[in-house]
Design a binder for this molecule. Structure first.
Ligand code: CMP
Length: 139
């Protein structure tokens, strides 16, 4: 089915001017960018976005990293978008990511891993609504 998923190009990706290369991988694989904006997340936004990880030892560093520079938040649309996007990103830890995936190609570390993607359609809807108004999504 045609789905939507939420994507972030993280500060390590914007810092190295990788947004075009990563977007090309998504577009070449059938994901359309139907909403996109470059923002500097506030600490409040980053903490709330990653609230599910609040008890994890990496939470504080993760929030600091996510506000350390601009990010590009996106909504991707396409056939099986959630799973397709996760397959294109590769494993969270680039050391475990398959050849040709975004994280294998570009990630610097498990924290500076270049991209985020929703892990389910349910979370995609929540994450999309957190960063985008409906009128900003043009399919
Ligand atoms: P993301 O998909 O954005 O979701 C949570 C993020 O926490 C993850 O990508 C990583 O960038 C970051 N992170 C840092 N350390 C870890 C870790 N040990 N395990 C999982 N995620 C981590």
């Amino acid at each position: 089915a045609i789905e939507r998923t939420f994507s972030i190009l993280k500060p390590d990706a914007t810092r190295r001017n990788l947004t075009g290369k990563i977007n090309a991988i998504y577009e070449e694989n059938g994901l359309s960018i139907i909403g996109q904006k470059r923002i500097l997340m506030s600490e409040t936004q980053a903490k709330a976005f990653y609230a599910v990880h609040a008890a994890r030892p990496f939470y504080k560093d993760l929030v600091e990293f996510m506000i350390s520079g601009p990010v590009v938040v996106q909504v991707l649309e396409g056939e099986n978008a959630v799973t397709k996007h996760r397959d294109l990103m590769g494993a969270t830890n680039p050391a475990n990511a398959a050849e040709g995936t975004v994280r294998k190609l570009f990630a610097e570390s498990i924290e500076a891993n270049s991209v985020h993607g929703s892990d389910s359609a349910e979370n995609a809807a929540i994450e999309i609504a957190y960063f985008f108004a409906g009128c900003e999504l043009v399919g």
